[in-house]
Design a protein around this ligand. Sequence first.
Ligand SMILES: [Fe+2]
Length: 577
Amino acid sequence: MQVAGSHGLFPAVVAGSNKLRQLETKRGSSHGHVGVRATKPAGSFATTFFATGLCLCGQAWRKRHGAKGKRNAKANVRMSSFYEVTAREDCAFGASVRGFSVKEALDNPEAVEQIKADMYKHRLLIFHGQTDLMPEDHIKLSEKLGSLDHILHRPHPKSPDPRLLRVANDDREGFMSVGTSGWHVDGVMLQAPFAAQTMHHLHAIPGGDTRFLGMKELFENMDEELRGLCERLWFVSGVGEDLQQGEGQMSLLPLVYNHPFTGEKTMCFHLGQKYCLGFIEEVPLNAFMEAFANVMTRGDGLLKGARARLQKLLVDPEGNSPSQFRFLPALPVQEFLQKAIDGLDPEIQRQAITTVEWQRGDLALIDNMALAHVPAPGTQTLPLVSGLRVFHRTTMVNPEAVPRNVRGAAAVLLAGPRRDGPTSKEALQDPAAMRDILRAVMAATPLNVDELGGDQRGGDLQLPKNMSAREEALRTLEEASQPLDLLKVVDAELEAADGDSREVFSKTLKRLMREYHPDRNLTRQKEIVPIFRYLWRLHKEQGRASSAMSATKDRVVDRLRKKASKISVAVGEGMAG
Ligand SMILES: [Fe+2]
């Protein structure tokens, strides 16, 4: 991957830190903090973060900057040698700067280092009044925060540079409805979320706000059990027209990880349905329960294959990986995360969530790994009502910033053999692993509309309630421009069986469901899923829902885990007695 200049973001920050350390040494600083920090090994996040001078106490700071370095009377204001930073009140993150031209500072390496350090310190740093910043300046600044060389650029005809994502409330001016589907970090389809993001507001409107959420604060305020669960989860995402045919790429990202630059706990998720294929849970089982689970699930090649792939891919630095994995559908886990956000105590919510009311000329630098964001509904108000809203966004990757889960296992990016769709250069070309894991994740996603309140494989198509099973299949196929031949074949078979006994009809229905199961017809999902749903609904209407069919391996493992906990309680009690 091509990285801005000769460094990725992390080495660049370290280089800057070293410069500052040299500066301190030259000036003969004898302050204890600085001396201690200077002895930390170069390259650790602590060195990177602290040695930039951000954590210098007032005494050392005044030594460096003299009278100009005096702290403002307000506790939330800090002067640097370049600008004054005002932290957001109440919120645990966020700061703003006024009266400073970013454009003029771009050729000053020390000022740029200060800007980068302040972005990572405050997570959200807004420079107001940057109306003179041109698109080329915006790109120049962005290149100092990471590399713009990634596959997720989406050029709008009005964008002055393909690397600037132009967002607007008028599709002639820029893309609309960007990121409105839920709280998210940007870049979940890559091996790591973007290391940094910038937004430059060319036109702002009342109500066109963005909300930001501190991932550290969200995680720390979950109860212990939920934190434990989150730490075992991997977020699965993908990009490409036909992932099952190997077009595009699929990423496995730890839901919880330590921020690679600040070391703080953080999270990675997207709560929009289209952006999450599902979740994988690492299941720690002891050897006895593992053997039992293997016997119970013998013959299930689908899960077994995916599990074997994951055991090879999700290894920690010592080469170990969990023996069991559970595959979870996207929606319930996403809903649980949404509830965790909504359920934050109001006081905590003030610290964890902030709303930014943008003004024209605002330039925001965002630590995308530390914060989730979502646009307010008012961002979509049409120009006729609120005026024009336009901003340019850049997103930067950093190859040094690959997240690792609590065990130390690194995020994985898989790709198939076809290169027609978007595929990152870093993606591991392992089509078999991608197919196996994808199949297991998709198999965990119920087709039963009643089970999750909606068919997650059905896309955005909204169907009226009380529509007959056949009509629903017909409408869905037509909407997706799929042939109707298969529906006609199924109809003919069902019609022939309908004249016989209920048992014959039921047998025919079951045979068709096996034959046209989506997991057996991976190349024709758009055609097969509506047909299978049709058959499933008929089957349910028959009142013969088979308990054996619904007893998936996940549930088997779940039952085993419950049994295991009972056994361990019993053993524990025995030992205590
Ligand atoms: Fe976004």
